[in-house]
Design a protein around this ligand. Sequence first.
Ligand code: IMP
Length: 439
Amino acid sequence: MPVSIVIGSQWGDEGKGKIVDLLSPDVDIVARYQGGANAGHTIVWDEEGETEEFVLHLVPSGIFHEGVTCVIGNGVVLDPKAILEEIEKIKSLGVDVEGRLKISHNAHLIMPYHKAIEAAQEEERASADDDDEIGTTGRGIGPAYTDKFARTGIRVVDLLDEDVLRRKLRRSIEEKNAILRDVYDAEALDVDRIVEEYVEFDHKIDDYVTDTSAYLSRALDDGARVLAEGAQGSLLDVDFGSYPYVTSSHPTAGGCCTGLGVSPTEIDRVLGIAKAYCTRVGNGPFPTELDGEVGEDLREKGDEFGATTGRPRRCGWLDLVALRYTCMVNGFSELALTKLDVLSGTDELKVCTQYRYDDKVTRRFPSEPQNLTRVEPQYETLPGWEADISGVRHVEDLPREARDYLAFVENYLDVEIGLVSNGPRRSQIITDVQPMAAA
Ligand code: IMP
């Protein structure tokens, strides 16, 4: 059974891009199944002693590996402008994209009016008495998925037929302009300008468009190995996260099947990616958030600024109650723990093992935000370590306290840690974790 899924197990930004890039040489296809250009998957590599970095928003993180085909599945919401710009940037690095990138004909498109509506909605939420702004990335994700489920969306396949596109676009823009003007008192968009701009995308995108579900099915029949790349994180899932402070798609394991059109019986590995501490961008409850110096220290050391928006990320201790919940929802077969190096130089590390609320102490994660904001995290304190571990390549060379930290996490979750990432570069990875972590 040849499909593996890489899934963010927290609030996104766990370092999925690096892990997908690392696993790509062992697969034939890397496929994105949900989200859109709200994602920022950072790849860092050493090129003749120089560190190079590339942030992918839509193109799967396997693109830098020759021979790997990249698929953007039907579950993704695609900003045609953003994808074409990203393709050009990748090509400018000398990477061959032609024939190696396939875009689902059924993926829904993000249009300028999605971003305009989202901006207006967020502005209104921010100015409301209860200030319930979500803090989105502003990429039009929510309104694009709204149109998809309202059955009024425009899909990639529509770009390929000028008459259909003109008709659908006009109708959509006129409807959205009425909402912008009448509901949000916002500026209407120029219908003709948008129509003329978007009919141009036809020939630019045509070569990449295909029925990706059929392509994947044929490839799997022929023995291909597929890596499904989740975006965002499980705690941002529209069903399993702290709704409404979530994204509008399904980063969790189930999203892979519907977002690519592959059967669950094809999946044999569900790899959860967890940061050694926690971060969150945007609003919404975050039980282990650290407001003071320790949080700032994590932000600085971990360079915790959004790869897509540049916003500072909120930082906090590792929350095992939340992680146990996402292990349950996804059924992780193993975990990769990232950014362990960021915890170096701290005397004591705290790990949240229980929540207290309503005078009860529990390991249950309440995803309802009204309860999640009320919980008081209960911590266990573990000894920290001083040494810089970013150069360590074997688990036995980690300080005892770092190995104990890994063992504590594994024992609590009852899920094995198979990989430890200790720096942003490709080479900063420990793969021989198993024999030592549980020791
Ligand atoms: P949206 O996905 O832009 O609608 O944003 C909804 C929520 O998800 C906001 O809190 C965003 O900050 C968060 N979010 C969306 N994409 C990412 C991501 O790739 N990493 C981390 N947070 C994200």
